[in-house]
Design a protein around this ligand. Structure first.
Ligand code: SAM
Length: 193
């Protein structure tokens, strides 16, 4: 995948690039949400490139997938696909989680976003969700994104996706050590080429 240097330079010059946002979701975690995604839906993945596990696995599920990413000049806070879509599914930049959630509720479409469960402990997050509908799909493992033991649980924060507001999903392993399978999404290093 090639990225236009102009988009990349513009993005890096905003000062909003944060290394902490460059974690790519492994397939085993993406697979937990797939059973809840109607294959007939067109799904927008707004923080993703074609090689993201969300894009790959949703396509395998039969979904039509629209993907966009800041590296292609598509800023989630201003961009929206001009093709109609049914749901928004991805893992957003962690450092901008509240802004992302705000825009998701403004867009008003069903969504599922990977976020760390510890955010539920933050006062501003509790305040944000007052009077809002929220569904949680909690996986039973602390999935590793880099092969090392993960220190917290990343699960799916949803709206309008799950048949029940609180659900749990079983994963075979936590994707660390000998079980590690990295995401196929290429990182910022490749994007700069
Ligand atoms: C946590 S990563 C997850 C990537 C991919 N969704 C996945 O799950 O593998 C979030 C991605 O969002 C990108 N990003 C940051 N700000 C963005 C914005 N305003 N609009 C679109 N993408 C953005 C980051 O560069 C990063 O690659």
């Amino acid at each position: 995948m090639e990225y236009k240097q102009e988009h990349m330079s513009k993005w890096l010059s905003t000062g909003k690039f944060n290394e902490k946002d460059e974690y790519y979701t492994p397939e085993c975690l993406v697979k937990a949400i797939i059973p809840f995604v109607n294959p007939k839906w067109t799904v927008w993945c707004p923080f993703d490139t074609e090689d993201s596990e969300f894009v790959i696995n949703l396509r395998e599920n039969g979904n039509a997938v629209l993907f966009s990413h800041i590296w292609n000049g598509q800023d989630f806070f201003t961009y929206e696909p001009d093709i109609p879509y049914d749901a928004i599914i991805s893992n957003p930049p962690f450092t901008r989680k509240l802004e992302v959630l705000k825009r998701l509720y403004e867009l008003g479409k069903p969504f599922a976003m990977v976020l760390g469960l510890p955010i539920l402990n933050y006062q501003e997050v509790g305040e944000f969700f007052l009077n809002k509908k929220l569904q949680l799909l909690i996986v039973d493992k602390k999935v590793s994104f880099d092969g090392n033991t993960a220190s917290f649980n990343n699960s799916f924060f949803c709206n309008g996706i799950l048949p029940q507001d609180l659900m749990f999903a079983h994963l075979e392993n936590n994707n660390s050590g000998k079980n590690f399978k990295p995401s196929r999404m290429k990182g910022i290093a490749n994007a700069e080429n």
